[in-house]
Design a protein around this ligand. Structure first.
Ligand code: DQA
Length: 140
């Protein structure tokens, strides 16, 4: 069975409660159950951390063995060369996702340090970006 890792970065543990006008009212745990049920033939694992180093450790742990990674690095997207280096180091394809349309928002969100080292990016379609990310990995 293919193993795909979903990784969420800082503040995404607050989905459902955090800025609901931007990120919606659904918790990720609730959404993740639906996501798993859509891909019965895939082993989907979920990891979330608010800590840059923990995200890097997880990428190192799974990044040489899983079929792919769907990564929402939150604000570290715009600020972390360390995460970009980790993505460069691993061999699994990574799809960058963002729930909100970062290009419609503040200027600092327009730049992603991760996009150049990801296989592709999916932004602005709400929680559905994770499903599209899993589909993208399955189509690689
Ligand atoms: C986000 C967009 C980032 O700019 C922000 O810092 C987040 C969430 C998104 O999913 O839309 O934490 O990655």
């Amino acid at each position: 069975m293919k193993r795909i890792q979903v990784i969420n970065g800082p503040n995404l543990n607050l989905l459902g409660r955090r800025e609901p006008d931007v990120y919606g009212t659904r918790s990720f745990e609730d959404y993740f159950e639906e996501l798993k049920s859509r891909f019965p033939g895939v082993e989907l694992d979920y990891f979330q951390s608010n800590h840059e180093g923990a995200l890097i450790d997880k990428l190192h742990e799974v990044g040489f063995s899983c079929a792919g990674i769907v990564l929402n690095a939150g604000a570290y997207t715009h600020s972390s060369p360390a995460l970009a280096d980790a993505l460069k180091a691993i061999t699994a394809p990574v799809i960058e996702v963002h729930i909100s349309n970062v290009f419609k928002r503040e200027d600092f969100r327009h730049r992603s340090l991760l996009a150049p080292v990801c296989r592709g990016s999916i932004v602005g379609l709400g929680l559905d970006v994770y499903r599209l990310g899993v589909d993208a990995i399955l189509n690689i």
